[in-house]
Design a binder for this molecule. Sequence first.
Ligand code: DGL
Length: 271
Amino acid sequence: MKDTSKRPIGIFDSGIGGLTVVAEMMKRLPNEDIVYFGDIGRFPYGVRSPEVIKKFSRQNVRFLLMQKVKYVVVACNTASAQALNAIRRNFDIPMMGVIEPGAYGAVSTTKNRKVGVIGTAGTIASSSYTKAIQKLDGKIKVVAAATPLFVALAEEGYLDRPASHLIVQDYLLPIKKRGIDTLVLGCTHYPLLRNVIAKVMGHRVFLVDSAEWTVKAVKEDLQTRTLLNHSRIPGKYRYFVSDTPEKFIQVGNRFLGRDVAPAKRIDIEKY
Ligand code: DGL
């Protein structure tokens, strides 16, 4: 039987955003093969109920398992927040979400123990980041806010325009006033807005990118489980989506910083 460590890593997200996690994987784990599933046909997850997100996430994992993956990364913050605990119980495969690593990143970064978290409405309503941060350090004060318009800004390529600056200011100035020294970018799309967020928050506030901390955690976990692929051959990447792939390919190139073509459409309802 083929050595398990040579199998690909499966990554899923509600759509394009999880490519920010793939970009980190390419940097830190360049020899790993990746199978990515972007659920663009059922995007966005951020406004849906936990029950629906759990159902979608189970289907996504079933699809990835059919691709013989050795490990599953839930790149979507909303799915990590609302479904990961439940789906971990359903499948016999190691999984990593983005919330715990992001929380660890925040706890390791803050000095004044005041941390801000931004994400979709679903992620913030679940309080998952707040709970994960306070589990690591009960003395940390967490200020959490939903910033849903940031998703549209990132997808439309409104990365550093005057309009994006105004919207980011509107959402973030109230959080800044609370005296945080660390802000968690708790959504797949937000790393694209890093520059404008940094300008608004100022140099005294550190930005924690969940994607970065997640890939560090995945690497460690693969090592512990002896699942790390030690091959010297560069990883191969396959992309699947649940609707026509044109927009995914076009916008995805911006999220990934390189070509995502070809991407293949699959019927996720079959899983
Ligand atoms: N991928 C989602 C997340 O990280 C953002 C977009 C959505 O609402 O589905 O929460």
